[in-house]
Design a protein around this ligand. Structure first.
Ligand code: PMP
Length: 363
């Protein structure tokens, strides 16, 4: 068998590792920020019916423009958006890849503020786009002055700001988005994958009118409890959508994906009914871990970045032994934990309490 090094791989991919969050089948999986609640029986029945209908036509290609789905997404987003201002693809990862294909590429750069979503540099590599990582300040919060200075200095072709930020949970303010937009001439993406969990429910979508370089990406993988379907979307000026249509593969969204997502969106209230409960579990997790002496970062998402682990790898392993999967992102002394159902969250709290009794908390 040949090795990777035997192949004429593109030089910017040499030595790189693929995205690889562990996917071990454990009873309590709190490592990739999914909504861990199953979707309701009532909605499920409707989705199955729409899939059955779609299957009858799979001898034909699906709607290349996914017009019905994009119209439903526009209705969900509100703000008088029309489907021409909304794009959809197989997860927001694919949406972001298409943005890089259209606006990045050789000789161009993508900037973000780290630590942030680990796929951004991988998407840059995959599209031959240069990657500029600007470290966040110690508390991970981005002030308008901080982002404006970084963007003015580096003048990237594309900047992406994640709010609330993965993996830190840090919320993003409207003032910071506006300062970022005005500080450079490139494309500004606000990644709102966790928007529905944010206590401040204002969205960058409100800022779209008159700002044709502003792109807001969202996903059905998190609050919508639809990660397995793979549906991400983006709102922007219709000219941006025209640019993305230049790079998308024809028929990129299968008829089954379009049917399932369109039906789910018609039940958006039911699909999002667990959001308040997840936020309550996040806050309970924060409260309990803080009481144990851990340092919990402020979060507007469905997960917490927690500091104070004496040995994060050992804590990860001890939790794993108890059937609980969390995320070790290699941030000194930290682990990231998704808020689950009350039972799951209770289990992770009790397991950490028990393990901590033996090892203590880092000073
Ligand atoms: N953006 C952020 C910040 C994420 O955390 C994720 C998933 N972990 C994504 C985008 C991609 O999600 P998906 O492709 O499932 O829509």
């Amino acid at each position: 068998m040949a090795k990777l090094s035997d192949l004429p791989l593109r030089s910017n991919l040499v030595g790189k590792a693929p995205y690889g969050a562990p996917q071990d089948p454990v009873p309590v999986s709190l490592n990739v920020n999914e909504n861990t609640h199953p979707i309701s029986e009532e909605v499920l029945t409707d989705i199955v019916a729409s899939l059955a209908q779609a299957v009858r036509n799979v001898n034909r290609y699906p709607d290349r423009e996914a017009t019905e789905l994009r119209t439903e997404l526009a209705n969900y987003l509100g703000h008088s958006l029309s489907f021409e201002q909304v794009w959809a693809a197989n997860g927001s990862n694919e949406v972001l890849q298409q943005v890089l294909q259209a606006f990045g590429g050789p000789g161009r750069t993508l900037l973000s503020f780290t630590p942030t979503y680990s796929m951004y540099p991988l998407l840059a590599d995959g599209t031959d786009t240069g990657w500029v990582a600007v470290p966040r300040p110690a508390d991970y919060a981005l002030s308008p002055e901080f982002v404006a200075a970084a963007l003015a200095e580096h003048q990237p072709d594309i900047a992406i700001i994640c709010g609330p930020n993965n993996p830190t949970g840090t919320p993003l303010t409207r003032e910071t988005i506006l300062a970022a937009y005005d500080a450079f001439d490139g494309i500004l993406i606000v990644d709102e994958a966790y928007h529905e969990f944010d206590d401040d429910n204002s969205s960058a979508i409100e800022l779209l009118p008159g700002r044709h370089r502003l792109l807001v990406s969202r996903t059905m993988s998190k609050a919508f409890a639809f990660a397995g379907v793979r549906l991400g979307y983006l709102a922007a000026d219709s000219a941006v959508i025209d640019a993305l249509r230049l790079v998308r593969l024809p028929y990129h969204l299968s008829a089954l994906t379009q049917a399932a997502a369109t039906t789910a969106l018609r039940h958006s209230q039911a699909m999002l009914s667990t959001v308040d409960a997840i936020r309550a579990e996040r806050d309970r997790l924060a409260h309990e871990l803080t009481a144990m002496g851990y340092r919990v970062h402020d979060s507007g998402a469905n997960f917490l970045l927690v500091g104070g682990f004496v040995d994060p790898e050992a804590m990860f392993a001890a939790l794993f032994e108890r059937g609980i999967l969390v995320r070790n992102l290699g941030i000194d002394g930290h682990l990231r934990i998704t808020a689950g159902t009350p039972e799951e969250t209770g289990q992770v709290i009790e397991a950490i309490r028990e393990i901590t009794a033996g090892v203590g908390v880092a000073a």
